[in-house]
Ligand binder design. Structure first.
Ligand SMILES: N[C@@H](CCC(=O)N[C@@H](CS)C(=O)NCC(=O)O)C(=O)O
Length: 208
């Protein structure tokens, strides 16, 4: 399997899942800002939407959605319990969390990465920024409540939903959003960062 990722983006969560799985894979770092990066043309060919992650899975099948990649990789190694078994209520709960991260949490950060593309007007940018931060914080507060008394989103066991959630919540550092009022969430991030697979990915991607 071959994963294309850019450091610290949502694709980092797929990198973590691959590392947690223990499977053999190749991870290719993409630098969006380097026009000479030879992977850019390949990415455009593989996924016309131009987004990462992209995973070339078995038989050359291309997956280009976080949820698809996390689910596929987890299902290759059921013994690792990266997702509960298909057909169980626990599986539906874990998919519910993956969906929350993709459709609610991840998307709430979107405008913060695109302020200048949305409007050239500085005042408009500031209004959008404040509105987006309010939405991000509503999701953080929701997570804070749901993590009370738990190590991970599903309780005691780390799942791929945690890999994705961890990476996205860490974007608060880039956006200067303090996590001081979210004690459970802060402890959760520390717990996940300490995992050997996460440490390895962080080193490889040059993150801290
Ligand atoms: N639908 C995709 C969206 C992935 C996505 O938003 N990727 C971002 C990085 S976090 C990206 O590639 N952005 C680059 C761009 O839009 O130019 C998914 O959920 O997997």
């Amino acid at each position: 399997m071959k994963l294309f990722y850019s450091a610290g983006s949502c694709s980092t969560s797929c990198h973590i899942t691959l590392e947690e799985s223990g499977l053999t894979y190749q991870a290719v770092k993409v630098d969006w800002d380097d026009a000479a990066d030879s992977s850019l043309a390949e990415i455009a060919r593989l996924n016309p939407l131009g987004t990462l992650p992209i995973l070339i899975a078995d038989h050359g099948v291309v997956l280009d959605q976080n949820i698809g990649i996390h689910t596929y990789v987890a299902d290759q190694v059921p013994a690792q319990q990266l997702l509960p078994p298909a057909g169980t209520l626990e599986r539906a709960e874990a998919m519910n969390w993956l969906s929350f991260v993709a459709a609610d949490l991840h998307k709430s950060f979107g405008p913060l990465f695109a302020l200048e593309s949305i409007s050239p007007d500085k005042q408009a940018q500031e209004s959008i920024r404040r509105w987006a931060i309010k939405n991000v914080k509503r999701n953080l507060a929701f997570l804070e409540t749901r993590l009370a008394g738990k190590d991970y989103l599903m309780g005691k066991i780390f799942t791929v939903a945690d890999a994705y959630c961890f990476v996205v919540v860490n974007w608060t550092q880039w956006m200067d959003i303090s996590l001081d009022e979210y004690k459970n969430l802060k402890a959760y991030l520390v717990r996940i960062l300490a995992r050997p697979a996460v440490q390895k990915v962080y080193q490889e991607e040059g993150l801290r």
